[in-house]
Design a protein around this ligand. Structure first.
Ligand code: ADP
Length: 262
C-alpha cells in the first residue's frame, strides 16, 4: 500500500518552517498543513515479522515516519552486571539513521537518542512479564529510517508489535499517540512542522486492556483544561492505533494458523 503522506514536505510546510507564514499551520477551514482535520491521525501501516533473523520484528509507516524494530531475547544478560536476579531487563536502543532527517544526522547516539531510549524502555516495561525470565535481557532495537514528528510514539507502537512477534509474554500491548497545540487549537498526532512550530506536544503511551498510562510527557505550555483535553485526544488516537496493531498481528498469525490446518 502506498501512503499518500510519503511525499516530500509540501510548499506550505516549507514556508511555515522558514517562518514566512507562521500563522498558517491550520487554515480558516480548520485544515492542517498535510490536509488533516484537528482530530485526524496520519495514514498508518504496520507489519510484523519483517526481519527473519531477529526473534521478533515490526515495521511501521505513520505519515512520513518509517520505523523498523528488531527484538532479540530473552537471552543471558550482557554485560552481566546489568542482570537482575528476579526479572529480565529490557535494553532499548532508539536510533535515528543519518538519512532520517533533512540534514544528515551523525550516526553516533545523540543525547536525544539516549533520552528516548530510556523513556521508550520505561513505557514498554510494565507490559512485559519480566519476572518470567530472571537474569536475562530482552533487546529492542528501534531504527528511525525516516523521521517526521512523533517518532517516540511511533517507535513504541512498532516495538510493542516486535515484542509480541518475538513471542514474549505480555500483559497487554502498548500503544502511543501524541496530542498538542498548534495555532491555538488542540490537535492529535503532530507531524514534524507542527511539533517544531506548534505551542505544545503531549506524547502518551497506554495499555488499552489494563487502562494504564505508561508514558506521559509534555513539551510547551497548556492550561489544565487543555492538558486534560489533549490527553483524551491522545488516548482516542491510541485506541485507533491499537486496532491497527491488532490487525497487523492477526494478518501474520491467523494466516500461519490457516496454513497449519491445510
Ligand atoms: P518525537 O519524534 O518523539 O516527536 P522530538 O519532539 O524530540 O521527538 O522530535 C520531533 C521531530 O523533530 C522528530 O520526529 C524529527 O522529525 C525531528 N528531529 C529530531 N531530531 C532531529 C535532527 N537531528 N535533525 C532534524 N530533525 C530532527
Amino acid at each position: 500500500m502506498q501512503l499518500k503522506a510519503n511525499k516530500k514536505k509540501t510548499k506550505r510546510e516549507r514556508e511555515t518552517m522558514t517562518n514566512k507564514k507562521t500563522e498558517t499551520l491550520i487554515d480558516k477551514k480548520g485544515i492542517r498543513l498535510d490536509g488533516r482535520k484537528v482530530d485526524e491521525l496520519r495514514p498508518v501501516k504496520m507489519e510484523v515479522g519483517v526481519l527473519p533473523n531477529a526473534d521478533g520484528s515490526a515495521y511501521l509507516e505513520q505519515g512520513r515516519n518509517k520505523i523498523l524494530v528488531g527484538v532479540y531475547g530473552p537471552k543471558e544478560a550482557h554485560p552481566r552486571h546489568i542482570a537482575r536476579q528476579d526479572r529480565a531487563v529490557i535494553q532499548c536502543r532508539y536510533h535515528m539513521a543519518p538519512f532520517s532527517v533533512d540534514e544528515r544526522k551523525s550516526p553516533a547516539p545523540s543525547r536525544r537518542d539516549v533520552e528516548l531510549s530510556k523513556v521508550i524502555r520505561e513505557a514498554l516495561e510494565p507490559a512485559v512479564f519480566l519476572e518470567y525470565y530472571p537474569r536475562t535481557s530482552i533487546q529492542v532495537y528501534i531504527e528511525i529510517l525516516q523521521a517526521d514528528g512523533g517518532t517516540r510514539c511511533a517507535g513504541i507502537n512498532t516495538a510493542a508489535l516486535a515484542l509480541a512477534d518475538a513471542g514474549i509474554p505480555m500483559r497487554d500491548l502498548v500503544v502511543a499517540c501524541a496530542a498538542g497545540k498548534v495555532d491555538g487549537k488542540l490537535v492529535v498526532d503532530l507531524m514534524d512542522t507542527e511539533d517544531k512550530v506548534g505551542e505544545a506536544d503531549v506524547p502518551v503511551a497506554f495499555m488499552p486492556n489494563l487502562n494504564a498510562i505508561t508514558l506521559l510527557q509534555m513539551d510547551g505550555k497548556l492550561s489544565p483544561e487543555e492538558f486534560e483535553t489533549a490527553i483524551n485526544m491522545a488516548l482516542d488516537g491510541c485506541k485507533q492505533l491499537y486496532a491497527v496493531q491488532k490487525e497487523a498481528l492477526k494478518s501474520k498469525y491467523v494466516s500461519v494458523e490457516e496454513d497449519k490446518e491445510e
